[in-house]
Design a protein around this ligand. Structure first.
Ligand SMILES: Nc1nc2c(ncn2[C@@H]2O[C@H](COP(=O)(O)OP(=O)(O)O)[C@@H](O)[C@H]2O)c(=O)[nH]1
Ligand SMILES: [Mg+2]
Length: 247
């Protein structure tokens, strides 16, 4: 069972000043409308309706936050999330590139997303969801170029690989890697960009994406720390040298 399965809707914001005042690490999911972002989030969180898999792309122009921790997997939806127990946030960014959004909506998008990814300190990493048949469209590259300079990791998910044959998927992955590797800073050093293949429909790459996200959020450290704590506790319980030495 993944920690991501604990995901619960937390809040939705349409303006930067309304961003939650939480201090836990966040990971944001970005992608073109219809790329398969909602489907990927739903599969990773093992909840069919968590991020609404919309048939009308571009409709949601809000940033949606989902909490990890603060609620148990089996806890009833109506039971309150314990805010002080939230360990991380998943952030569903508005889909972009939908042809029919107006000029002012586009500007709003640009401000909201650009400012959020460039300025949000809690943002640990970006997950960029792209259709494996047409990755790195203009606005995907815009996201890379906004976020890359922060020095934080970007994990690219090439989804819908069920639409590609074996050769095509190998090529898609290779080309995406080469494209990401072409980004270097002024000293010629590459950026922490990674990429994988994925299919929500055929459940390809789900574990790889899950492990990456858990790692980027530092939730694997979390587990290690808990294990260490358990071990300490166990030692304290059983080590006779630890019992009251004065007696
Ligand atoms: N074949 C296939 N279709 C997918 C996959 N993921 C999503 N889709 C479909 O692509 C469309 C857009 O998906 P959605 O998750 O709503 O995309 P979003 O706009 O990026 O959130 C829907 O019709 C999904 O059923 C996938 O892995 N394979
Ligand atoms: Mg969606």
């Amino acid at each position: 069972m993944s920690k991501l399965w604990q995901a619960r809707f937390f809040t939705t914001v349409n303006q930067l000043q309304d961003l939650p005042s939480t201090h836990v690490p966040e990971i944001a999911f970005a992608g073109r409308s219809n790329a398969g972002k909602s489907s990927a989030i739903n599969i990773l969180c093992n909840q069919k309706g968590l991020a609404f898999a919309s048939k009308t792309p571009g409709r949601t122009q809000h940033i949606n936050f989902f909490s990890i921790g603060g609620a148990h997997v089996a806890q009833h939806r109506k039971d309150e999330t314990k805010v002080d127990e939230i360990r991380a946030l998943l952030v569903d960014l508005p889909g972009y590139g939908y042809a029919e959004v107006s000029g002012s909506a586009k500007l709003h998008w640009q401000r909201l997303l650009g400012d959020y990814v460039q300025q949000r300190e809690q943002l640990a990493a970006l997950v960029l969801i792209m259709d494996s048949r047409r990755p790195f469209t203009e606005l995907d590259i815009q996201m890379l170029e906004w976020f890359g300079p922060t020095g934080k990791p970007i994990h690219c998910i090439l989804t819908k690989v069920d639409k590609l044959n074996r050769n095509e998927s190998v090529n898609a992955l290779r080309q995406a890697k080469a494209f990401l590797d072409s980004y270097v800073d002024e000293d010629g050093v590459g950026f922490p960009f990674t990429v994988q293949l994925f299919s929500a429909m055929k459940r390809v790459g789900v574990e790889e994406a899950n492990d990456k996200i858990i790692q980027l959020l530092g939730l694997d450290q979390d587990l290690a720390a808990l294990d260490a704590l358990d071990a300490d506790q166990h030692a304290a319980d059983t080590d006779p040298a630890d019992t009251n030495p004065a007696e």
